[in-house]
Design a protein around this ligand. Sequence first.
Ligand SMILES: Nc1ncnc2c1ncn2[C@@H]1O[C@H](COP(=O)(O)OP(=O)(O)O)[C@@H](O)[C@H]1O
Ligand SMILES: Nc1ccn([C@@H]2O[C@H](COP(=O)(O)O)[C@@H](O)[C@H]2O)c(=O)n1
Length: 202
Amino acid sequence: MLIIGIAGGTGSGKTTVVNQIVEELKNDEVDIISQDSYYQDTSHLSYEDRVKINFDHPKSIDFDLLVNHLKELKAGKSIEEPLYSFTEHNRTGETRTIHPRKVLIVEGILILTHPDIRELFDIKIYVHADSDERLIRRLKRDINERGRDLDEVLWRYQTTLKPMHQQFIEPTKEFADIIIPTNRYNTVAVDIVQTIIKDRLS
Ligand SMILES: Nc1ncnc2c1ncn2[C@@H]1O[C@H](COP(=O)(O)OP(=O)(O)O)[C@@H](O)[C@H]1O
Ligand SMILES: Nc1ccn([C@@H]2O[C@H](COP(=O)(O)O)[C@@H](O)[C@H]2O)c(=O)n1
């Protein structure tokens, strides 16, 4: 199994790049795991307390479960990925069965911060867009798709997104084998990654 890790700040375009990469691959060859599915289970907290969580700090992620799941898949076993709700700020209680595939792509803002996870990746990619571009994209996406409003996104940006990006996310760029600039749609970089994957599949 080829495991590719794709990191980068929120709104940098990780999900978009992943979707472009897998477009030409067959379903039974590839699967995608999002770090967002591995936010800690916070069912013991009230909604008011869950809203206040710093979702951009490495502690917010259940890395033990993610490492365990990646190792299971690598060993040829299926796993149950937890499903996550951005409106409830919590796991939904449902899961999705993921079977081992030839290619697994793992994407998320903090995935390169964890040494055991870095060790499991065959290829490490960092997607880079400028912070003003990322904030604009995040505003549009969170308001349209994640049930947020302008004040919520700006409050989160100032209190956690920006400082956590500078402290934890941006420094992981140094671990990347490939850095993809995504201030614009980068078809050349996507082509290169697709070529690497096809080469490994042949
Ligand atoms: N290169 C790009 N140029 C313009 N908009 C983009 C680009 N890449 C992504 N977007 C848009 O920005 C938003 C966030 O992109 P997404 O891929 O979800 O980022 P991430 O997964 O890194 O948070 C989405 O609405 C997406 O359509
Ligand atoms: N309940 C939550 C959980 C996470 N977030 C934010 O999601 C961002 C990571 O996802 P991307 O798709 O943007 O990479 C992260 O910056 C968290 O702040 C949230 O808003 N609510």
